[in-house]
Design a protein around this ligand. Structure first.
Ligand code: BDR
Ligand code: CA
Length: 309
C-alpha cells in the first residue's frame, strides 16, 4: 500500500477524507497531524481523533502548529460550526492524543522511511509541513509527493474574493510547500466546486445503514447549508476527500502541470493562487493543477469505500 501522512484541520470534509483513507486497502495511513485552521488546534486534534475512532481503525493523531507561520489565525466556524464537526453527535474520543508534536512526527517519519516512499496529504493550512521543511531542509527530497487541497484560479476564492481558505490562512506556508521542488499536486476550488453534495449523494451515505453512513450524512447536511446559501448550488463542495480520491483513482481527475505562485504581499489579494493555466508567464512548472473531477465517480468511490467501515 501507498504510505501517507494526512495533515489536517477537521472540519467535516477533512474527517470524511480521513475515513476514506482508513477504509482503503491501497493506502497505509502512518499518522494524522493536525493544525489550527477551520477551528483552533484544541478542536482539530480532538476532531481528528473522533474521525479515526469512528473508523474503528486507530492510527496515531498528533497536534502540530497552533497558528500560522507569520500571521494571526483566522478560523471558519461560520462554515463548520462551533466544534468544527457540527452535524453529528460523537462521543469524546477514547483514543489519546499522541504526545509527539505534529512537526516532529513529520520529520521523524520521513527520516525513518526510505526516501521517496511517503506521500503527504494536506487538507488545511500548510503550517505544519512548511515548518518541517524550514526546520529540516533535508526532509524535502525524502517526500514522494505532496497532494493538497487549496487555492483556486478560475474559481478564485471562498474566504475572500481572491483567496481560498487553506492558502489565505497561511500564505507563506503554502508558498514554501508549493515551491519545495518535489512533485506537488493541487486540488483547487476549480475541482471541488464540481463535486457537490446533492441530495441524492447525501442520501446514498445515509442509505448505507451504518453508523459511519449516518454520521457522514449528518455532517454533510450541516456543512452544505452554508455553501448552498452562498453559491445557490444544489449541494456544497466536498473539498478534502478529493485529495485521497486522487491517490486512489487519479483517472477521475484532469489537469495540467504548470507554474503556480501564491500572493503573499498584497493585503487585497493575500493568499491568491496565480496558476499559469495558459502557460503565458515563462515561469517553470512547479505543480500539477487539477481542474476537473468526475463527480459521479468520486461520490460512488466514497460511498463504496465508506460502506466497509
Ligand atoms: C478548505 O477549507 C476548509 O473549510 C475545508 O476543510 C477545506 O479544506 C476549503 O476551502
Ligand atoms: Ca480542511
Amino acid at each position: 500500500p501507498r504510505k501517507i501522512i494526512i495533515d489536517t484541520d477537521p472540519g467535516q470534509d477533512d474527517a470524511i477524507a480521513i475515513l476514506l483513507a482508513l477504509a482503503s486497502p491501497e493506502i497505509e495511513l502512518l499518522g494524522v497531524t493536525t493544525v489550527a485552521g477551520n477551528v483552533p488546534l484544541a478542536r482539530t486534534q480532538e476532531n481528528a481523533r473522533k474521525a479515526v475512532e469512528l473508523s474503528g481503525r486507530p492510527v496515531p493523531v498528533m497536534a502540530g502548529c497552533d497558528r500560522p507561520l507569520r500571521r494571526p489565525l483566522s478560523t471558519a466556524e461560520h462554515v463548520h460550526g462551533k466544534t468544527g464537526l457540527d452535524g453529528a453527535d460523537l462521543p469524546e474520543p477514547s483514543i489519546p492524543l499522541d504526545p509527539r508534536h505534529g512537526v516532529d512526527f513529520l520529520i521523524d517519519t520521513l527520516r525513518a522511511h526510505p526516501a521517496g516512499t511517503v506521500t503527504i496529504c494536506i487538507l488545511g493550512p500548510m503550517t505544519n509541513v512548511a515548518t518541517a521543511f524550514l526546520r529540516a531542509p533535508d526532509l524535502v527530497e525524502r517526500v514522494r509527493e505532496i497532494v493538497l487541497m487549496g487555492g483556486g484560479y478560475f474559481e478564485q476564492g471562498n474566504i475572500t474574493p481572491a483567496a481560498e481558505f487553506n492558502i489565505y490562512v497561511d500564505p507563506e506556508a503554502a508558498e514554501t510547500v508549493i515551491k519545495c521542488g518535489r512533485p506537488v499536486t493541487i486540488i483547487p476550488l476549480d475541482c471541488t466546486h464540481k463535486a457537490l453534495t446533492t441530495r441524492a449523494r447525501v442520501d446514498a451515505f445515509r442509505a448505507l445503514g451504518t453508523r459511519v453512513g449516518a454520521v457522514v450524512a449528518g455532517w454533510l447536511d450541516f456543512f452544505e447549508r452554508f455553501d448552498v446559501q452562498k453559491y445557490g448550488s444544489e449541494g456544497g463542495p466536498l473539498h478534502d476527500p478529493c485529495v485521497i480520491a486522487y491517490l486512489l483513482r487519479p483517472d477521475l481527475f484532469a489537469g495540467r502541470h504548470i507554474n503556480v505562485e501564491i500572493e503573499t504581499r498584497s493585503e487585497l489579494t493575500r493568499g491568491a493562487m496565480v496558476a499559469d493555466w495558459w502557460r503565458v508567464s515563462g515561469r517553470a512548472p512547479n505543480a500539477t493543477f487539477l481542474k476537473e473531477v468526475d463527480a459521479d465517480g468520486y461520490f460512488a468511490l466514497l460511498t463504496e469505500r465508506l460502506a466497509v467501515l
